[in-house]
Design a protein around this ligand. Structure first.
Ligand SMILES: Nc1nc2c(c(=O)[nH]1)N[C@H]1C(S)=C(S)[C@@H](COP(=O)(O)OP(=O)(O)OC[C@H]3O[C@@H](n4cnc5c(=O)[nH]c(N)nc54)[C@H](O)[C@@H]3O)O[C@H]1N2
Ligand SMILES: Nc1nc2c(c(=O)[nH]1)N[C@H]1C(S)=C(S)[C@@H](COP(=O)(O)OP(=O)(O)OC[C@H]3O[C@@H](n4cnc5c(=O)[nH]c(N)nc54)[C@H](O)[C@@H]3O)O[C@H]1N2
Ligand code: SF4
Ligand SMILES: [Mo]
Length: 761
């Protein structure tokens, strides 16, 4: 008899609740969980393909260890002993910088990837730390850090209540949204329009999202910062700015007009390839809307002025009074996150506290640009990376110049990957540690609840019991922490979790402002429920979080300092959250719509919004200079497809084929000019190299712009991707040499770089 089990989908940021059908230990079907408090039954083709992905025969079942140059199946102990033999000795001999750490995107989609990497980094003590953020949202972290003092203080558009959404460089109808967790994003956009609201999409491609819009502007890629500056300029020049109560909380408002003086609509129009009237009209419409939110993603981040564009998005939300108000852009309050702290001055956000060794790139949020990883491995000298820990990361395809990185990885003394696949990157590892398929893992969205458009909390236990000889991914991580710190075999993996729990409880019980002050930490640890370390840690985080039961010690939940506004919505949550309470609500607990909470969010040194921080002021001359740039004739942008996901979903037959192909989209006029034909081949060349690609002629890209998706190029030897390698596509990032970065955030410029095209016979 088939049974069903609930599982939160880990395949994109929408975090839909799925109902899995299970026969034996095999997932044979997946549909949307209609009772899920957040996703209400929504599902997309990726979620529906959960079973195929889960059972992919190419998934690794056992660890692999390199012997005599070849990766061979090994036991877990053999694998960890190989790590324990290599890394601690290297750290002793060459210092902590000799070990690099790379974290890829799926870490934000697993409990393990949220709970253990901070411990791994601490154990290693390395500053050679790289993540997918510098291919993605680091500009937003930096602008939020500078504006609000906290790089995680990212306001999300209040999709369900806003009257006006200005969406730049995002295509949520394909991506299902990012830094804005909202199951059924497309449905929510349609609902916005149905209730009389306005959707404006700014994208050089006429995307499926743009097709839903009242207005679609298709500017030249890379020009968002100019456009946004001109919108802000117009609000100020036409006295349309109305920050309201935000004015008292904001420093630098008075100086903004001067800083943006050059960015008139007329001045930016040629660079954006829009008319001044279009820009002015948009500014006026934004100002006139009762509530509005400006939101930007990949197309406004992974560009030359990514941090400035991210900053300007919040400048507009502030100038229009929409930051931190319902219908505008609000700060979520996740259940497993920290309790709100009292309002007041904080430590602030510092950039560039150290520099990368070879090119001197400033750190951002303790990270170095992943585009600089190869040079840090190749370049001799003290502090060279000799060993690498790669967790859920495929930078050979995801980051610039994969060929160079390929060669660099091949030259490492030692590499360990936690990855379910032997792919373009993990094939270089000396040890591969494969996590179980998602049906066998528990799930809670530590990361995405912090960006969700509604406060809610959900947890799913493994839908299928862990197979024999498998390790849970949390245990894989915990053992790795022990192995790199020379404690493998002498401490149990659960000791890693208990250490965290005791650390947190020791701090809380010593803190006079904590409801746990003066309590016995041992006793409190004994009260935690949960079947294993990660569950006990989740219980602790929930109980101490903004809606937590505080072990019954803190009075009403949410009654922590400065938290009066954040009492949970109703029902189960009002009784105080804990893991037990959450387990009693398998479809999740709704904690209500987002609420204004700005004062407690601010962690700047001034305790106010710092609208014109020095690093931004220092960047503005570069943007001014861009006004005079002669734009390239042809630039490239990426695109996402609903049935794809970055570099690792091309191995599931149900998700491949059809329109999900690695083609170069070219506008008919450009195709005609260049002699390219539909279905023909072209050579595309840029600073980092050249590729041969099939051409798709379509007017969904604007003139002067071509589009090639990322995550393809599955044709390397030594990978085990039988489906993906049959239709490998090409790696767009081979066109990049890694030198083009948004300087403040170290984020690679992946969109809007110049290319040349020639037809091939
Ligand atoms: N040109 C261009 N390049 C881009 C982008 C772009 O728009 N254009 N987008 C960028 C963005 S936004 C991102 S986030 C990056 C993503 O790039 P990466 O960070 O490399 O992430 P993925 O390609 O999603 O997957 C990385 C690895 O995670 C493994 N994996 C999958 N599930 C699990 C799991 O449960 N556990 C573990 N341990 N591993 C797992 C996969 O097998 C794969 O090897 O790509 C970036 N690269
Ligand atoms: N199906 C699917 N879903 C995904 C992913 C996936 O690979 N596939 N990846 C996940 C990840 S890791 C992320 S980060 C999110 C990303 O989520 P989104 O940001 O919504 O994803 P994209 O589809 O890359 O949208 C970026 C858009 O920016 C446009 N663009 C390019 N350059 C510019 C520019 O200079 N200005 C403007 N205004 N627009 C520009 C592109 O044409 C594209 O339509 O999606 C997540 N969800
Ligand atoms: S929208 Fe995202 S979370 Fe929802 S089913 Fe699809 S892939 Fe999964
Ligand atoms: Mo991403």
């Amino acid at each position: 008899m088939p049974r069903t089990a609930l599982r939160i989908c880990p395949l994109c940021e929408a975090t839909c609740g799925l109902t899995l059908t299970i026969e034996g230990t095999t997932v044979t079907g997946a549909r949307g969980d209609r009772e899920d408090v957040f996703s209400r039954g929504f599902i997309c083709p990726k979620g529906a393909a959960f079973g195929g992905l889960d059972a992919d025969p190419d998934r690794l079942r056992t660890p692999l260890v390199r012997r005599d140059g070849r990766l061979r199946e090994a036991t877990w102990d053999e694998a960890y002993e190989a790590v324990a033999a290599a890394i601690p000795a290297l750290v002793r001999e060459c210092g902590p910088q000799s070990v690099g750490v790379v974290l890829g995107n799926p870490n934000v989609h697993t409990m393990a990837g949220n709970l253990y990497p901070p411990l791994l980094l601490k154990a290693l003590g390395t500053r050679n730390f790289f993540t997918a953020s510098t291919l993605d949202q680091m500009p937003k972290h930096v602008s939020s850090g500078l504006l609000f003092g906290d790089p995680f203080a990212i306001a999300v558009p209040d999709l369900d209540r806003t009257d006006f959404l200005l969406l730049l460089g995002a295509n949520p109808v394909e991506s299902n949204g990012s830094l804005c967790t909202a199951p059924d994003f497309p449905g929510r956009l349609k609902a916005l329009r149905a209730r009389g609201g306005t959707l404006v999409v700014v994208d050089p491609r006429r995307t499926r999202t743009a097709k839903l819009a009242d207005l679609h502007l298709a500017p030249r890629p890379g020009s968002d910062a100019l456009l946004l500056a001109a919108l802000a300029h117009t609000l100020l020049a036409e006295r349309l700015a109305a920050p309201g109560a935000l004015a008292e909380r904001t420093e630098g408002l008075g100086e903004l007009a001067e800083a943006l003086a050059r960015f008139t609509p007329e001045a930016v129009a040629p660079a954006c390839d829009l008319t001044a009237a279009e820009i002015r009209d948009l500014a006026r419409a934004l100002a006139a809307a009762p509530t509005a939110a400006v939101y930007g993603r990949i197309g406004s981040c992974t560009v030359e002025y990514g941090t400035l564009a991210s900053w300007l998005i919040d400048v507009l939300n502030i100038l229009t009074g929409n930051l931190d108000r319902p219908g505008g852009a609000l700060f979520p309050l996740p259940a497993a996150g920290p309790r709100p702290r009292p309002a007041g001055p904080g430590k602030g956000f510092a950039l560039g506290r150290w520099l990368s060794r070879v090119s001197g790139h400033p750190e951002a949020k303790s990270e170095l640009p992943i585009a600089a990883l190869a040079e840090e491995i190749e370049t001799p000298g003290e502090g060279r990376i000799r060993a690498l820990v790669a967790i859920a990361a495929n930078p050979v395809l995801s980051a610039p110049d994969g060929r160079r990185l390929d060669a660099a990885l091949a030259g490492l003394d030692f590499m360990v990957s936690i990855d379910p696949y032997l792919n373009e990157t993990s094939r270089h590892a000396h040890v591969v540690l494969p996590p179980p398929p998602p049906s066998q893992s528990a799930h809670h969205d530590f990361a995405f609840n912090g960006f969700a458009i509604r406060n809610q909390v959900r947890y799913s236990r493994p839908a299928v019991p862990l197979e024999a000889d498998r390790l849970d991914e949390c245990e894989i991580h915990a053992r790795l922490v022990l192995a790199v710190s020379g404690r493998y075999g002498s401490a149990a993996p659960s000791a890693v979790d208990e250490m965290v729990i005791h650390g947190v409880l020791a701090k809380e019980t010593a803190d006079p402002r904590s409801p746990l002050h003066g309590q016995d930490p041992q006793r409190l640890a004994g009260l935690l429920t949960g079947d294993d370390g990660p569950e006990r840690r989740l219980d602790l985080m929930l109980r101490l979080g903004p809606y937590g039961d505080r072990f019954g010690l803190g009075g009403a939940p949410g009654a922590g300092p400065g938290a009066a506004e954040d009492a949970p919505a109703s029902g189960a949550a009002a009784e105080g959250l804990s893991l037990d309470r959450l387990l009693a609500h398998p479809h999740g607990i709704d904690l209500g719509p987002l609420r204004p909470r700005l004062p407690e969010v601010l962690r700047t040194r001034s305790g106010r919004i710092e609208l014109l921080p020095d690093p931004i002021t220092a960047e503005l001359p570069r943007l001014r200079a861009a006004l005079a740039d002669r734009p390239a004739t042809l630039v490239l942008v990426g695109r996402r497809h609903l049935r794809s996901n970055n570099s690792w979903l091309h191995n599931v037959p149900a998700l491949t084929g059809g329109s999900n192909r690695c083609t170069l989209q070219v506008h008919p006029e450009d195709a005609g000019r260049l002699g390219l034909t539909e279905g023909g081949m072209a050579r595309i060349t840029a600073d980092g190299g050249s590729l041969e690609v099939p051409v798709e002629v379509t007017d969904t890209v604007r003139t002067g712009v071509v589009s090639l998706p990322h995550g393809w190029g599955h044709d390397r030897d030594g990978a085990r991707l039988s489906v993906a390698s049959a239709a490998p596509g090409v790696n767009v990032n081979q066109l990049l040499d890694g030198s083009l970065l948004d300087p403040l955030s170290g984020t690679a410029v992946l969109n809007g770089f110049p290319v040349e095209l020639t037809p091939l016979p």
